[in-house]
Design a protein around this ligand. Structure first.
Ligand code: SF4
Ligand code: SF4
Length: 498
């Protein structure tokens, strides 16, 4: 049983009174020596680590003008203080975005500003010491890098970037986070976060093909490593077996099948997620991105499509070309990766898919915008497409859709509570408490509009909700994949009546 109390759902959002230090105890497991070393980091806290950390911070602010501006420009206006789900759910003032930034800013000021060097106490500058490192380890692992705070900051200060920098410094001195670093190591050596080898993957896909045939009477293929296919689908590895992710994968396959598109998965690049971003490590992010390039070249594909994963889409949309480009070998009509929702939306717009939304009449659906998609990327060729397109796909697939309150969706969407490399059981208290604002918004539409299901577009969100919903009195199977709804509604040629 959990040794913490699940927050109480309130009918409207309440900004909590502060409880100093209430989450100071929350720290994820530290990475083991081999997890660190595989990623090129020291296996344990290095000698002279204080100087190593300060030097690394200097390198990071020299390399990133944005980071330096973020650290220099906060005016303490307070606009961000009540915008973080972790503050709203935990009441710990160090989970206010400005306070989180100050954990790093105070050290930056001490060593890299004139005032901090000569009058540290006047400008809130601090020496880098063990108590600072401990605070960093705790509170920079209480930021899901969701960027909600940056939407409300008049200067656009992005706490996610500050948090990534702090995690990179901690890795550099030998204190990394076990969950992220172990996963990155697996994806870099085996090809996916779960460590699923090729035979297991092939078996799983074969089983899914049989399931679809049994359900529909139609042979829908799930090709793996098929040279000469037009499309390489890169999807989060959770799609291969976990509920409700796998139902989404079935949906992608049905869409490709019905549209007559030739596609394949790759066992070498069998992971869309890129946890290198969460630890702020360009090198590790690049190693993972290069696997996608290598697989695309090896298989000779013309297009790359990403499955339902929030941060993977952010990396694909914003950084893939820089990390692993140029992708000049792809079809000039599709020179950049597409999201599976863009593919389905496009086909729907062209009338290329037959849908029977009544197949989902047992559900009243709402939609959780994933942070990295809503605030960190784009879909389609129009402004706000990343908010419109997933909803259009859902509405084409079901008759009953209700959005949650306006301040809890779209650009202002609340994190699921498990993003940014925090989806680990050693942080379950944080995950439960951080989910509070999303659960309150869900509760509102459940109570007033009869919503029964929460559709999600991100593997992390889906896993987080499956775990967290029961803490708030919901059922774990109330979360569904967008392409699960598509899968239920799509009418395949030759499909037997249900
Ligand atoms: S990025 Fe998200 S999790 Fe991090 S401080 Fe801002 S609102 Fe909180
Ligand atoms: S909103 Fe921006 S400027 Fe204002 S306190 Fe927060 S980070 Fe600083």
């Amino acid at each position: 049983m959990a040794d913490f109390e699940t927050p109480t759902l309130k009918p409207y959002p309440v900004i909590p009174a502060i409880e100093i230090g209430s989450m100071a105890h929350s720290q994820p497991f530290v990475a083991k020596e081999d997890h660190q070393q595989k990623l090129g980091f020291p296996g344990e806290l290095v000698d002279d680590w204080e100087n190593v950390a300060v030097k690394k911070l200097g390198e990071l602010v020299d390399k990133s003008r944005a980071l330096r501006v973020f650290l220099d420009s906060c005016v303490k206006c307070g606009a961000c203080t009540d915008k973080c789900h972790y503050y709203l759910g935990t009441s710990d003032p160090k989970n206010m975005p400005v306070a989180r930034q100050d954990l790093l800013r105070s050290v930056y000021r001490r060593y890299y500003t004139l005032a901090g060097k000569y009058f540290p106490s006047l400008v809130g500058a601090r020496d880098m010491d063990k108590s600072v490192l401990d605070e960093w380890y705790s509170y920079f692992h209480q930021c899901s890098q969701c960027r909600r705070c940056s939407v409300y900051c008049p200067y656009g200060i992005d706490t996610a970037e500050v948090s990534m920098a702090a995690r990179e410094i901690m890795d550099t001195v030998g204190v990394g986070q076990k969950y992220c670093n172990e996963i990155i190591g697996k994806a870099q050596t085996i090809g996916n976060n779960l460590g699923l080898p090729e035979p297991a993957l092939a078996d799983t896909l074969e089983g899914l093909e049989e399931d679809i045939e049994e359900e529909t009477g139609v042979v829908v293929r799930m090709p793996l490593d098929e040279e000469g296919a037009d499309i390489l689908l890169v999807t989060p590895s959770a799609d291969f077996f976990a509920e409700p992710h796998v139902d989404g994968l079935i949906g992608y396959a049905k869409v490709f099948h019905q549209a007559g598109l030739s596609w394949t998965l790759s066992s070498y690049a069998s992971e869309a997620a890129n946890f290198g971003m969460f630890i702020g490590s360009y090198d590790n992010m690049q190693k993972l991105a290069l696997r996608i390039r290598e697989a695309a070249l090896e298989l000779g594909v013309k297009r790359i499509v990403f499955g339902e994963c929030g941060h993977a889409w952010r990396v694909a949309y914003n950084f893939l070309n820089t990390l692993a480009g140029p992708f000049d070998f792809l079809d000039p009509d599709y020179p950049v990766p597409q999201h599976i929702c863009e593919v389905t939306y496009d086909l729907l717009q062209r009338g290329a898919l037959k849908m029977d939304p009544s197949a989902n009449d047992d559900m009243v659906v709402t939609f959780h915008d994933s942070c990295n998609i809503a605030r960190g990327s784009r879909m389609g060729d129009f402004e706000g497409g990343q908010l419109v397109i997933p909803r259009a796909v859902i509405k084409a697939s079901c008759n009953h859709f209700v959005d949650m309150p306006a301040d809890a969706i779209g650009e202002g969407t609340f994190c699921c509570g498990g993003g940014g490399g925090l989806l680990t059981d050693d942080l379950v208290e944080l995950r439960v408490k951080g989910a509070l604002p999303r659960m309150e918004a869900l509760h509102e539409v459940t109570e007033h509009h009869g919503v029964t299901h929460l559709a999600a577009i991100c593997a992390i969100c889906k896993s987080q909700f499956s775990k967290i919903l029961p803490y708030y009195g919901f059922e774990m199977d109330q979360v569904v994949s967008i392409h699960q709804l598509v899968s239920n509604a799509i009418q395949l040629d030759g499909q037997q009546a249900q």
